[in-house]
Design a binder for this molecule. Structure first.
Ligand SMILES: *[C@@H]1O[C@H](CO)[C@@H](O)[C@H](O)[C@H]1NC(C)=O
Ligand SMILES: *[C@@H]1O[C@H](CO)[C@@H](O)[C@H](O)[C@H]1NC(C)=O
Ligand SMILES: *[C@@H]1O[C@H](CO)[C@@H](O)[C@H](O)[C@H]1NC(C)=O
Ligand SMILES: *[C@@H]1O[C@H](CO)[C@@H](O)[C@H](O)[C@H]1NC(C)=O
Ligand SMILES: *[C@@H]1O[C@H](CO)[C@@H](O)[C@H](O)[C@H]1NC(C)=O
Ligand SMILES: *[C@@H]1O[C@H](CO)[C@@H](O)[C@H](O)[C@H]1NC(C)=O
Ligand SMILES: *[C@@H]1O[C@H](CO)[C@@H](O)[C@H](O)[C@H]1NC(C)=O
Ligand SMILES: *[C@@H]1O[C@H](CO)[C@@H](O)[C@H](O)[C@H]1NC(C)=O
Ligand SMILES: *[C@@H]1O[C@H](CO)[C@@H](O)[C@H](O)[C@H]1NC(C)=O
Ligand SMILES: *[C@@H]1O[C@H](CO)[C@@H](O)[C@H](O)[C@H]1NC(C)=O
Length: 847
């Protein structure tokens, strides 16, 4: 309170001081009047001593006022600054002044008037009174009428800035009298009509002309005579004519964009009358230019900003980069470029923006080592191959990039999904190549040449020794193979179709000649394997080699030539994809690699049948391990076939003791690995891959007892051809949203639910349905566990076999994660990435 009173007293004192000290009708008085009435009080008693005001020697007259950006608002009052008869400079820019006083027009010696960035719209008809005006800036106000003819009196005017108003009609003839003009800026108004006759010859000193953003109808001859022009901007008007006639000797900046210029560009001779060495900024975009701009480019240009986008050039080759070493901005969007993007583009050390969108560029995306690159648009071309990790690594640091609509492949794990989808959209090869992140890193680092050579030599020696050893050891076995195989080879010359039967299905491979149907093995493209080899590997898809009958179809086991141990999955259910589409999907799946995924080794399209070939998982599926058989044995395996005698021993490889599976650390490891695999599919691939069928029987253990998730991406191979029932998931694993009427399709969160069920199985050792759930005969695994977790009795569900192999708290913690995963509402479930984080926090010692 006290302070408030004190404050008012201070203001009053200041006010009185001002009034007391200043004689009425002096310049200082008028300035004080102005400030007080505009509501500005905080200024010195003697305004002449203020740095914003300059007075003449005897402090009688104010000659300069600079009240820029002082927050002044409203109309300027009469009998204030309008009365400063000797004022030369008035700067009121950046305020909120709305009107000029009626006595404003009597400054007879004003040289500089800056009213820019206010809200003034008063008539300028008296502007002719300012015969000494040299600088006049009225930009960014509310003027909406004609530029007054009276401007003709401003014969000393050097700088005229009327930009960003709404001035209409044509530029007045009077302007031709302002022959001292050095700079004219009338941009962003609503001027129309033509330029006054004689415009090109009226301004012998004109260096800068900006008429951009109007509707001025012009001809080349209106501007081609401006002999001293250095910067010309007529962007966004209705100029037409042959563009080359605009090029003037002195030009440094030329913006002719968004007009109707024509011209066949081969007229450009880089050594003719125009001296290109001055030009640093050239924008010819959005015109109707034709020909080939770079055809005759045979001298080094100093251009920094070059935009030729959106014209009608005919086929042109990429410009010679070495002729344009200064480039900072290069926009050749929609300019009919053909051929490759030269690698030399990396040498443009100042390049900041590169737009090559909508052309016919082919070949690869160069490395783009340009340090300052912020904007990159390569969309809508015909580029192919893999975008290098080097380029991808830089993207997150860039302002804008777009690779959409090409035939590119890419491997990016760290880029946000939404961005990735927008900027890599529509590539013909839109499948993810998701690589193991650690491999990815390793590839990006440089090898020491010497080291590499040593390693290679060593590897070669080992390889040789290995081959010799194998040749020796396998001799007997191969002989056995040969006998068996040759018999099949003979049979296979019989033409198809081939028909095979299992307990639950019959499937037909409608092929004419088994040896003419290729099998693609990704890592070994030179092995020419055919359907005939699949026949021999599986003894004609004999039931004895049947590993399982999955819901997509039967899975067989066999050795392909070269000793590749595989599981062969026949996708019997009808697919709506064409052979090519299915092959492409399978190619894509083949690129997806992660230590916790069962790798797709290859595939075969045999008639209607798509056959996926996986690495064989020596230690079977989680389903077998939990409920059926001791480690290493597989449920449907028939061990009686003599052909597989040696492989038989392989079957229980590395199994260790059966006890391993009945420890908490091992089960936790399986859960974590499965979570990692799903997190990778959901978050590391673009577009994200939804597994759709996570269950204990999709989780396998490899030779090293690492958990690996199988069957990812298979649903896509079927297009829309999947049975309703299959889409809906397996019993006990069906998320509640699937039975909602508004349910459309599975999401990553439905995988999360299924993962939750697998997690419960790992901890309880019970099946998802039809098991014995104490206290609750009607229950499913999910309802039983969730009920007890809710009642805080989670420890009761823990599998007695693992109870003493780890701390209860860890298992209960894991149950809580399962509880979160199995929430009814998908939105309440955590993401797989979060789950990996949570699970890692549990971290039993053995993991
Ligand atoms: C007015 O002052 C501002 C800084 O406060 C300065 O930028 C501007 O150039 C001055 N105007 C004139 C006309 O000197
Ligand atoms: C007018 O003032 C503004 C803001 O201070 C400044 O940006 C502009 O350059 C000035 N105009 C001229 C012609 O000096
Ligand atoms: C210029 O625009 C005004 C309205 O903004 C219109 O009345 C006038 O006819 C136009 N002049 C020409 C030459 O297009
Ligand atoms: C020409 O003027 C337009 C509109 O004001 C502006 O966007 C463009 O950057 C200007 N060109 C140059 C070279 O300054
Ligand atoms: C172009 O201008 C540069 C720099 O002013 C000068 O060195 C050069 O000789 C000129 N070239 C021609 C062909 O006039
Ligand atoms: C560039 O080509 C033109 C004709 O196309 C020729 O007259 C000129 O001498 C050449 N200049 C250089 C530097 O080679
Ligand atoms: C390239 O020029 C076109 C046409 O003027 C424009 O639409 C586009 O935004 C420009 N690209 C960049 C990156 O500036
Ligand atoms: C892209 O290139 C391929 C050959 O590499 C060609 O068949 C195809 O027509 C090209 N597409 C376009 C749109 O230029
Ligand atoms: C896409 O690129 C691949 C090679 O990377 C090529 O085999 C295929 O023909 C290309 N597709 C088109 C439509 O150009
Ligand atoms: C990328 O380019 C395509 C085609 O030119 C366009 O449709 C898409 O919106 C662009 N994406 C972004 C993020 O700019």
């Amino acid at each position: 309170m006290g302070l408030g009173v004190f404050g008012s007293v201070m203001v009053m004192t200041l006010l009185f001081q001002h009034l007391a000290c200043q004689q009425p009708n002096t310049d200082e008085f008028f300035v004080s009047e102005f400030l007080n009435k505009m509501g500005f009080h905080n200024y010195p008693v003697s305004v002449c001593s203020w740095e914003r005001v300059s007075c003449d020697a005897n402090r009688e007259h104010v000659v300069e006022l600079n009240f820029s950006a002082m927050g002044l608002s409203g109309p300027i009052p009469d009998n204030s600054i309008g009365k400063l008869s000797k004022l030369q400079t008035l700067d009121l820019s950046f305020n909120k002044i709305t009107a000029l006083p009626s006595d404003f027009w009597s400054f007879s010696s004003l040289k500089t008037l800056n009213l820019s960035s206010n809200q003034i719209s008063d008539s300028l008809n008296n502007i002719g009174n300012f015969g000494f005006l040299e600088t006049f800036d009225l930009s960014s106000n509310n003027y909406a009428d004609e530029i007054p003819e009276a401007i003709r009196s401003l014969v000393k005017l050097r700088v005229l800035k009327l930009s960003r108003n709404m001035f209409t009609q044509s530029i007045p003839l009077g302007i031709l009298k302002c022959q001292s003009l050095v700079s004219i800026d009338l941009s962003s108004n609503r001027l129309n009509g033509t330029l006054p006759d004689g415009f090109e010859a009226a301004f012998p000193k004109l260096r800068t002309l900006n008429l951009a953003g109007n509707k001025i109808y012009g001809r080349v001859s209106d501007i081609s005579g401006l002999k001293s022009i250095v910067s010309l901007n007529i962007s966004g008007n209705l100029f037409e004519g042959s563009v080359m006639d605009v090029f003037q000797e002195q030009l440094e900046v030329l913006d002719l964009s968004r007009n109707q210029f024509q011209g066949h560009i081969p007229q450009v001779h880089y050594s003719s009358n125009f001296n290109w060495s001055h030009l640093v900024y050239l924008d010819l975009s959005d015109n109707e230019l034709s020909g080939e701009f770079f055809q005759n480019l045979n001298q080094t240009l100093n251009i920094k900003h070059l935009n030729l986008a959106h014209n009608r050039f005919t086929r042109q080759k990429f410009p010679l980069i070495e002729m344009l070493p200064e480039l900072e901005y290069l926009n050749l969007s929609k300019s009919s470029l053909v051929g490759n993007i030269p690698n030399e583009i990396s040498q443009l050390s100042n390049l900041n923006a590169l737009d090559l969108s909508t052309n016919h560029l082919t070949g690869k995306v160069p490395l783009l080592r340009n340090r300052d690159l912020q904007i990159l648009d390569l969309s809508n071309n015909n580029l192919s191959g893999e975008v290098s990790p080097y380029v991808l690594e830089k993207l997150p640091l860039m302002e804008k990039y777009n690779f959409s609509y090409n035939n590119l492949t890419f491997c990016a794990l760290e880029i946000n999904h939404d961005i990735m989808q927008k900027t890599f959209f529509g590539s013909v090869n839109s499948c993810p190549i998701a690589a193991n992140p650690t491999l990815f890193k390793r590839r990006a680092t440089k090898h020491n040449g010497m080291k590499l050579a040593l390693v290679l030599t060593f590897a070669m020696i080992c390889l040789l020794a290995g081959i010799l050893f194998l040749a020796f050891v396998c001799r007997r076995r191969t002989r056995m193979w040969e006998v068996k195989q040759s018999s099949y080879r003979e049979e296979q010359n019989i033409s198809g179709p081939f028909s095979f039967q299992t307990d639950s299905t019959t499937w037909v491979a409608d092929v004419k000649q088994a040896t003419s149907v290729p099998v693609v093995i990704f890592e070994k493209p030179l092995l020419s394997i055919t359907f005939a080899d699949l026949l021999s590997a599986t003894s004609n898809f004999d039931r004895g080699t049947l590993l399982a009958e999955g819901k997509f179809g039967p899975v067989y086991r066999g050795f392909l030539p070269g000793g590749i141990h595989v599981a062969i999955k026949v996708l019997v259910v009808g697919s709506t994809l064409t052979d090519q589409e299915a092959a492409r999907e399978l190619e894509c799946l083949g690129r997806i690699k992660h230590p916790n995924l069962v790798p797709l080794t290859g595939y075969c399209v045999a008639g209607d049948q798509r056959i996926a070939i996986y690495d064989y998982m020596e230690n079977g599926s989680l389903q077998n391990l939990l409920y059926d058989l001791p480690l290493g044995l597989q449920s449907t395996e028939d061990w009686s076939t003599d052909t597989w005698e040696e492989a038989h021993n392989n079957g229980i490889q590395n199994a260790g003791s059966e006890g391993l599976l009945t420890t908490w650390p091992f089960r936790h490891k399986i859960a974590l690995g499965t979570a990692r695999a799903l997190a990778f599919l959901h978050h590391g691939c673009s577009p994200p891959i939804i597994h759709r069928d996570v269950k204990a029987s999709s989780v396998y253990l490899d030779y090293d007892l690492e958990p690996r998730l199988s069957d990812f991406g298979l649903a896509k191979i079927f297009g829309n051809g999947l049975d309703e029932e299959i889409v809906r998931g397996s019993p006990g694993y069906v998320p509640p949203e699937f039975s909602q009427p508004e349910f459309e399709s599975p999401t990553p969160k439905s995988d999360v639910y299924c993962f939750g069920v697998v997690l419960f199985e790992l901890i309880t050792g019970k099946k998802p349905v039809d098991d014995d759930y104490p206290d609750d005969k009607e229950a499913t695994l999910v309802s039983w566990v969730r009920g007890l977790v809710r009642k805080n009795q989670a420890s009761r569900v823990i599998d007695p076999k693992i109870r003493d192999t780890g701390p209860d708290e860890q298992m209960e913690e894991a149950l809580k994660i399962g509880y979160l995963c199995t929430a009814d509402l998908p939105s309440k479930r955590p993401s797989m990435q979060q789950i990996v984080g949570l699970k890692k926090d549990i971290e039993p010692a053995a993991n």
